[in-house]
Design a protein around this ligand. Structure first.
Ligand code: GLU
Length: 910
């Protein structure tokens, strides 16, 4: 304390004893690395060194310390450069050499100092620094740091952890810690943060792996320059939530910007040696700030503080412990065999004395390494870094209860209150743990409700004890006495403070107790066995098409057959000469008689073909469209047929509550719900006829009512039994009993809440906490865990209804339209052809168009015949048109064509 007073005094009055006369000049050498970015608020090592020498010069009157320094470039410096720098300092008569920072260079400087008997001061972590007598390392020794780290790990009782290390040095630093952890039975996974050489390393890949592995506890060892980026990327992959714990080994955690992670709720803990409340820290930092006003105290790195401490300690030893006046200063150089003969003495004095500096107590153990130092255990909270305990070698880890004077006690706060929480063994809200060992207290239970209470307790800081209600009665009001039974009664009578299970919020219960906001929404529905299989049907071959498709198919067939008949008669090309060797036949015949048209269409439909073949373009077009139609329909039919023959038909007894009520008597279906539960209460006193019938049934059949949902599920599994149950419980059961399913929709809409005594002050706090859990997605996660993952969840996810639906007209609508479209085109085309044909006939046979048309009309309308007279020129004697002459011939006897056989319409018709 006296020393501190003197320091303060001298810092304020620097020249009080600062007479320059007779001051012996001592050179202190330093090898420093230029910091990569010059941030004015940060103190570089060289600045710190010079400030510390200034402070010492003001303090000691008989010595004048002068700094001599060399700059080392981390990128270009090799062992040879380090040697040159060290020798340069030796040649400048430096009595002590501070630095360098780079681990590879330290060894060379160390051996030169040892050789020249100069004190060598190190302020960084090295695995072992006691090999040379002249070396003084102010950095806490690795073994002691490991022991501090391990005490913190033990405090958390971690069973597994993942270590993220940056490089070989950090692996070396953690080696002993990992061994200790393994010896304790902790399962340790080690992962390198990033192996590449990029300027902005991608840590996300490694961090994501950790998320996937399900690990929650992490140790991070990396340079302070990388730490902020590591934490940032951890946040990006979702590691910065309250489920994850981080222990940062770097002693400078408090110097980086932690604001982005302050509200993440992730548990970030670290250790520091630099206590901002340390008096010496304030005195020295104050002196520095007078010379460098922009200097930001909070960014003071441990190694910088250690350098300031080292200068302070070395200058104290030189000026106080050595008799400066008598000191013989031998001129030394790297090339001469002479040595200074003071290095070991200085180192020896430092290692055998005790000092109080910025980094606390400075003491060295018998091995010459820094020991007996104090460390602060720090934690990141919403208000920033806060100290939660201390560690030192004698007392070990001491956690101090957190006192935050700024926090005013909130009257609604549940902190440190203890609640009795009543629940019952209803899956999956509360279940006994499947554990071979004996468990006690709350540890015996697990489930959705247990986790929910745990989350709320964590958020609001309360304690809780579970009480189990054996009869699983949620609560029902006695209509005569008005007394409440079950858990509602327990809450009202003070047996418990809170009740949680599948406890439905109902208007009647709201009058008796208070509920939190609902943590789950649901409605009543029906749970029953899946429909059974019916014997295969006689007409199952017809199943691939729905009835309307079959009807449309038949209509299409009729329409196309008639089209062939009609278009065939109109199409001139379809009227052909029955005897091609007769050039001018009396009659033409048409292959598309009505029966032939139907036969032709059915031949295509059955994919067998006929001997008929359309000749005219329009008839071919209709034929083409019909074939296309048939192709699609037959392919669709064939494709579905196999599935339909393999599928067994089901017998559905009922589909929803209405059909259940209509059919339950006839089909012998029993109905029930949980006795004295909200579901039973729902049907009571309702106006709806359907619900009245159900309520009456329930009253008359007490044996069909069950005391527990599990019994209802068993009955539904075994019997023809419809169990009225809440949808959320149906969802849970159908995930585990694949023969059961939900029938119909929800009959109402309600929720589950936590019940507490009327006008409880903590209702609002708990409701807000539930809403927070809901909006953060934690409630959904909890539900997913207990419904779909744990205790056999997700077993029946694939057993959905996979019956193939019959193809109705809408499925094949397009092909009908294409066929109709093609036929319409053919109709347009046929009139065009007819027009051309009439034009040709009128020209060839010199008859008018009208006459030719009349002839065609007559032939068309004679539906009984597929023969028509061939067109002929008008005879000079004024005989009638060919058609008419044909007819007259027919009537008067066959006309003769010389050698051509006689052809009459009638003979052809025959
Ligand atoms: N959730 C109901 C209650 O709170 C119990 C189950 C039921 O009635 O379906 O009473």
């Amino acid at each position: 304390m006296r020393c501190l007073g003197l320091t303060v005094f001298l810092l304020i009055f620097p020249n009080f004893l600062g007479q320059e006369q007779d001051r012996k000049e001592i050179f202190l050498g330093g090898i420093f690395t230029e910091p990569p970015d010059v941030d004015d608020s940060v103190l570089s090592d060289e600045e710190a060194f010079n400030f510390a020498i200034d402070i010492a010069n003001r303090e000691y009157s008989d010595v004048k310390f002068t700094s001599v320094s060399e700059e080392s470039d981390l990128r270009t410096n090799g062992p040879f450069d380090s040697r040159l720098q060290a020798c340069s300092l030796v040649n400048q008569q430096a009595l002590v050499i501070f630095g360098p920072k780079n681990a590879e260079e330290i060894d060379i400087v160390q051996s030169i100092c040892d050789n020249k008997d100069l004190a060598h001061v190190i302020t960084r972590w090295v695995y072992s620094s006691a090999d040379f007598r002249s070396v003084i390392n102010f950095y806490p020794h690795s073994a002691y740091l490991t022991s501090a780290y391990f005490s913190v790990l033990k405090l958390w009782n971690w069973k597994t952890l993942t270590v993220f290390y940056e490089d070989n040095e950090s692996m070396l630093r953690l080696g002993d810690l990992l061994n200790l952890a393994k010896n304790e039975g902790i399962i340790v996974t080690v992962k390198q943060l990033y192996e590449g050489l990029d300027e902005t390393p991608i840590y996300r890949t490694t961090l994501k792996e950790a998320v996937r592995s399900g690990q929650k506890n992490f140790i991070i060892d990396c340079k302070i320059e990388s730490l902020e980026e590591v934490l940032k990327q951890a946040q990006q992959v979702g590691l910065m939530t309250k489920d994850y714990n981080f222990f940062i080994t770097n002693l400078d955690l408090q110097t980086i910007n932690l604001e982005p992670f302050q509200y993440s709720e992730a548990n970030i803990t670290g250790i520091r040696i630099l206590d901002p409340l340390n008096e010496m820290f304030h005195v020295k930092a104050g002196a520095i700030m007078r010379q460098k006003p922009n200097f930001n105290l909070t960014k003071m790195r441990t190694e910088t503080a250690l350098l300031i401490d080292a200068v302070s300690v070395i200058t104290q030893v030189i000026s106080r412990k050595l008799s400066i006046k008598e000191m013989e200063m031998t001129e030394i150089s790297c090339n001469s065999p002479k040595s200074s003969r003071h290095g070991y003495t200085i180192a020896n004095h430092v290692k055998t004395s005790k000092f109080d500096e910025m980094t606390g107590r400075i003491e060295f153990d018998g091995n010459g390494v820094r020991s007996n130092f104090d460390l602060d255990v720090i934690e990141l909270t919403q208000n920033g870094i806060s100290k939660i305990g201390t560690w030192n070698m004698s007392k070990g880890l001491v956690i101090t209860p957190h006192k935050d004077e700024d926090i005013v006690e909130d009257p609604l706060s549940l902190r440190n209150k203890t609640f009795k929480v009543i629940t019952c063994l209803t899956d999956p809200y509360c279940m006994l743990k499947e554990n071979s060992g004996q468990l006690f207290g709350n540890d015996r239970f697990e489930g959705f409700a247990i986790d929910l209470i745990h989350e709320l307790a964590q958020m609001e800081g309360f304690n809780y004890t579970f009480i189990i209600r054996e009869d699983k009665s949620n609560g029902d009001k006695n209509k005569v006495t008005g007394e409440w039974s079950g858990m509602i009664g327990d809450v009202m009578h003070g047996v418990a403070d809170l009740a949680i299970t599948d406890l439905t919020i109902t208007a009647e219960r709201e009058e008796a107790v208070d509920f939190t906001s609902p943590f789950m929404n649901l409605g009543i529905s029906i749970l029953a066995k899946k429909p059974g299989n019916a014997p295969p049907s006689f007409f199952s071959f017809a199943d691939p098409f729905a009835l309307d498709t079959w009807i449309m198919l038949a209509l299409a067939y009729i329409a196309v057959s008639v089209s062939f008949f009609v278009l065939g008669r109109i199409c001139p090309d379809e009227w052909t000469n029955p005897y091609p060797c007769v050039e001018e036949p009396e009659f033409l015949i048409n292959q598309f008689s009505l029966s032939n048209s139907f036969w032709y269409a059915v031949g295509s439909l059955m994919q067998q073909g006929t001997e008929l073949a359309p000749i005219g373009v329009p008839t071919r077009m209709v034929a083409g469209m019909w074939w296309f139609f048939v192709l699609i329909m037959v392919s669709s039919y064939t494709a579905s047929l196999a599935a339909f023959l393999a599928n067994e038909n089901t017998i559905t007894l009922f589909t929803d509550v209405e059909s259940l009520v209509q059919n339950y008597e006839e089909k012998g279906i029993r109905m029930g719900a949980k006795r004295k539960g909200a579901t039973e209460g729902f049907f009571r006193g309702k106006d709806s006829e359907t619900y009245k019938i159900i309520a009456k049934y329930m009253e008359e059949h007490p044996d069909d009512m069950v005391g527990d949902n599990k019994d209802g599920v068993k009955l539904a599994n075994k019997e023809t039994y419809a169990f009225f149950m809440e949808s959320i419980s149906i969802e849970y059961e159908t995930q585990r009993h694949c023969d059961l399913q939900q029938y119909g929709g929800l009959l109402d809409d309600k929720g589950y809440g936590i019940a507490m005594r009327k006008n409880s002050t903590y209702r609002k706090t708990l409701s807000t906490a539930i809403l927070k859990l809901q909006s953060s997605g934690q409630l959904d996660n909890l539900k997913r865990t207990w419904w779909e993952e744990k205790r056999g969840g997700g077993q029946c996810l694939d057993s959905g209804d996979d019956a193939t639906p019959a193809l109705d007209v809408r499925n094949v609508e397009g092909v009908f339209y294409v066929t109709i479209g093609g036929t319409l085109c053919a109709i347009v085309l046929i009139f065009f052809e007819l027009f051309l044909s009439l034009l040709k006939i009128s020209k060839k046979y010199k008859i008018s168009m009208r006459e030719a048309l009349n002839n065609e009309k007559k032939a068309f309308l004679d539906f009984n015949s597929n023969v028509k007279p061939a067109p002929k020129a008008k005879s000079k004697s004024g005989s009638k048109s060919s058609g008419e002459s044909g007819k007259s011939n027919n009537n008067t006897g066959a006309p003769t064509y010389g050698f051509i056989p006689t052809i009459t319409k009638d003979t052809l018709d025959e």
